[in-house]
Write a protein that binds this ligand. Structure first.
Ligand code: NI
Length: 172
């Protein structure tokens, strides 16, 4: 148990494609626990295994803001997307930065839970954004590749009360 070192943009491992998980092992279970601990300690809403240097198709997320809705997705596959949203996005692997990224507004994903039991999940808004951001990580894609605006420093300029009064970008 413990915090894992988060790899940063420029590290080759973030550009590699992750491999499917075939079976749960004590080692992978410990990895998942560590990923949650690492994500929560950095105030992130999502983290993918390659971000901690493990090329496995494992994602953890919690967009609740209360740290009480942890979601594990193993071998996630997006089945459907719908609509469009444009908003600020950050990443624990690109610390201190954010940019505008266009994403689907709603997604449906299938995955395995940490007991390797299949489930489907539908998300919209931030959850949909997070699902897309994290599944991209498993393909070696970073949000900076697909951003629709300039890469900005957090805390610079007007900052980040969204028009709707929501918080600024959440790191994923
Ligand atoms: Ni990220």
């Amino acid at each position: 148990m413990g915090l894992r070192n988060v790899r940063e943009l420029g590290d080759d491992i973030l550009r590699k494609k992750s491999k499917p998980v075939k079976e749960m092992t004590p080692r992978l279970s410990a990895l998942i626990d560590d990923m949650f601990e690492t994500m929560y300690s950095a105030d992130g809403v999502g983290l993918a295994a390659p971000q901690v240097g493990v090329l496995k198709r494992i994602v953890v997320m919690d967009v609740s803001g209360e740290r009480d809705q942890p979601i594990v997705m193993i071998n996630p596959e997006i089945l459907e997307t719908e609509g469009e949203q444009t908003g600020s996005e950050g990443c624990l692997s690109v610390p201190g930065k954010h940019a505008e990224v266009k994403r689907a507004q709603r997604v449906k994903v299938k995955a395995l839970d940490r007991n390797m039991v299949p489930f489907e999940l539908e998300g919209e808004d931030l959850l949909a954004r997070c699902i897309q951001h994290e599944t991209d990580h498993l393909e070696g894609i970073m949000y900076v590749d697909i951003k629709t605006g300039p890469l900005l420093d957090n805390g610079a300029e007007e900052e980040e009360e969204g028009e709707d009064g929501t918080d600024g970008p959440s790191d994923q």
